[in-house]
Design a protein around this ligand. Structure first.
Ligand SMILES: Cc1cc2nc3c(=O)[nH]c(=O)nc-3n(C[C@H](O)[C@H](O)[C@H](O)COP(=O)(O)OP(=O)(O)OC[C@H]3O[C@@H](n4cnc5c(N)ncnc54)[C@H](O)[C@@H]3O)c2cc1C
Length: 173
């Protein structure tokens, strides 16, 4: 581990600034938590920006889940708490106009995924989230009821009562 006492300025630290991390930051900072959003890249929402911008599907939840390959039950809890209608309301509340395409898919009127990235990042910033780019995390340790993470570059350590790992899946070629 690194040297010195870990920095403890934040209530919530989020590793990864993709759509999951951005939504987590909006939820945490929106509740008044001192929130730090870290990303190893030089931009937030990089993968989201190259996606199709399809933010949700307007079909009833049962139909939506019936079309999820693999393990739709895994999504049931999350989607009953924050489902397609909530997602539409959330984005429209942030000022994006959405349109329904074929098969109930919901896209921004602009047809640009970058519109989605922009409103998410703007909201994260408006809520006072601290953002550190070019900051890879190399290690996360849970010990004695404390979460401590280490920054890869300078071996600095940060500790917080809550750490959300939103580091995504495999790399896009
Ligand atoms: C071409 C394409 C089209 C797509 N179209 C759609 C679509 O229309 N609709 C849809 O819903 N989805 C679409 N997707 C999928 C969507 O982009 C992903 O599901 C989504 O980006 C996953 O979000 P995430 O936040 O979980 O992960 P990511 O977007 O991968 O974000 C993870 C972040 O964590 C950071 N990170 C990783 N490790 C570390 C570390 N050690 N330290 C610090 N930071 C770290 C990464 O730099 C990254 O910014 C598409 C994807 C692609 C590639």
């Amino acid at each position: 581990m690194g040297f010195g006492a870990p920095q403890t300025d934040f209530d919530v630290i989020i590793i990864g600034g993709g759509p999951s991390g951005l939504m987590a930051a909006i939820a945490a900072a929106g509740e008044g938590a001192r929130t730090l959003l870290l990303d190893k890249g030089d931009r937030l929402g990089r993968k989201l920006a190259i996606s199709g911008g399809n933010v949700t599907n307007n079909k009833p939840l049962s139909e939506l889940l019936a079309n999820v390959p693999g393990n739709p039950k895994f999504l049931y809890s999350a989607l009953t708490q924050f489902g397609p209608a909530d997602i539409v309301q959330f984005f429209e509340g942030l000022g994006i106009r959405l349109k329904e395409d074929d098969h109930g898919r919901m896209f921004p009127m602009s047809d640009k995924a970058s519109t989605v990235v922009e409103v998410l990042v703007r909201q994260v910033q408006a809520l006072g989230t601290t953002i550190w780019l070019n900051t890879p995390v190399s290690n996360l340790v849970h010990r004695d009821a404390r979460l401590t993470l280490m920054l890869a570059d300078d071996k600095r350590r940060l500790a917080a009562p809550a750490v959300i790992v939103a580091s995504g899946g495999t790399r896009v070629p």
